[in-house]
Design a protein around this ligand. Structure first.
Ligand code: ADP
Length: 334
């Protein structure tokens, strides 16, 4: 098999070159004979959208740096995991849908630049429009507004971006999008605790972070790192969700603790953070998410959807409670 690297240059002068290049390609094949996939290598001084990213946004953040709010967006909550494959995106989409079902205006930002799954999970294809050539309209499905780098590059494109470039792209996906008024924006974070994640946690005005983990030790070790990262940059950890918590056999109903069970619950106690709920390992969750029709949409009354709704209520109560506390008047007797 022949390997090839095709540089996709995104320059200030040709702002939409990323999308134009992408347009020229058929979504799942490349126009280059013998080349199976395309790798996008972005130049550090490039942007996805026309607007030039302010120079300061490309710099490494410093502790205590001001986190600029996103106009119209009341709360931003990160869904994070210490490592990939634990179901972070599945939880993020179902959580967004559960919040929407509860009557909140919800946006979902897929910040997993290296492996964007929200276009597929939310059942959205096509490209976002830019009415003024400057800002993008978000895509929308099931009542949730969605933005993802996956709408702008072909699905099999490998993004080879360093931390500051990732942050610059994410800042644009967050701030140069016509989100309108949102009660809450769920951010599906890139997995891990590297440079991009830390920068994101530092630069985005997060109301809090939700950590997704599977129950076994190795995943919990990574979850612990995630918790530490958010605590270091003073983002409240709203709690841990144990995903793939147990397997309930669809035929005989027997329950099996494939990855052991309860590890995340115990860990939340050790770390002094709340436990938000457990989501079982269930083929219906996989099929619905991977098929673009999350279980919150296809079977909103199922026990699994109930779990997501309960988690959504807990998350909402916590961030609303915290923001009410911040704005509560303080009476001083003199
Ligand atoms: P991550 O975002 O952590 O990389 P994903 O959300 O993409 O993980 O999930 C990885 C795979 O596991 C997907 O195919 C998804 O459908 C499946 N999956 C996630 N959570 C569950 C679950 N609770 N039960 C069954 N399959 C799940």
């Amino acid at each position: 098999m022949e390997m090839s690297v095709l540089p996709l240059k995104l320059t200030q002068n040709a702002p939409n070159s990323l999308s134009l290049s992408a347009k020229r390609q058929k979504r799942r094949s490349t126009p280059f004979p013998g080349v199976l996939s395309v790798t996008a290598v972005a130049h550090p001084r490039t942007t996805i959208l026309q607007k030039k990213a302010p120079a300061e946004e490309q710099k490494r953040p410093t502790p205590g740096r001001e986190r600029k709010m996103v106009p119209g967006v009341k709360h931003i909550v990160a869904v994070a995991s210490g490592k990939g494959g634990v179901g972070k995106s599945t939880v993020a989409s179902n959580l967004a849908l559960a919040l929407s079902a509860a009557g909140h205006r919800v946006g979902l930002l897929d910040a997993d630049i290296y492996g964007p799954s929200q276009p597929r999970m939310m059942g959205i294809s096509g490209r976002p429009q830019s009415p003024d050539g400057n800002r993008l309209d978000p895509m929308e499905n099931y009542g949730v507004k969605v933005m993802s780098i996956g709408f702008l590059v072909p699905e099999d494109t490998a993004m080879i971006w360093r931390g500051p470039m990732v942050m610059s792209a994410l800042q644009q996906l967050m701030r140069d999008v016509n989100w309108g008024e949102l009660d809450i924006m769920i951010v599906d974070m890139p997995p891990g605790t590297g440079d991009a994640q830390l920068t994101m946690a530092q630069d985005v005005p997060l109301a809090g972070a939700v950590i997704v983990s599977t129950p076994q030790d190795i995943a919990l070790l990574d979850a612990r790192k995630g918790i530490n990262m958010f605590q270091k940059v003073e983002v409240p950890v709203l709690g841990i969700i144990e995903n793939m918590s147990y397997f309930s056999c669809p035929h005989c109903g027997e329950r099996t603790d494939i990855f052991s069970h309860g590890g995340a619950h115990e860990e939340s106690g050790r770390q002094g953070v709340d436990f938000l709920g457990e989501v079982p390992l269930d083929i219906k969750i996989r099929e619905t998410s991977d098929g673009g029709k999350p279980i919150m949409v296809t079977d909103p009354d199922s026990p699994h959807s109930k779990v997501f709704r309960e988690i959504a209520d807990r998350v909402w109560d916590k961030i609303e409670g915290a923001s009410a506390q911040r704005t509560m008047p303080k009476i001083v007797m003199q």
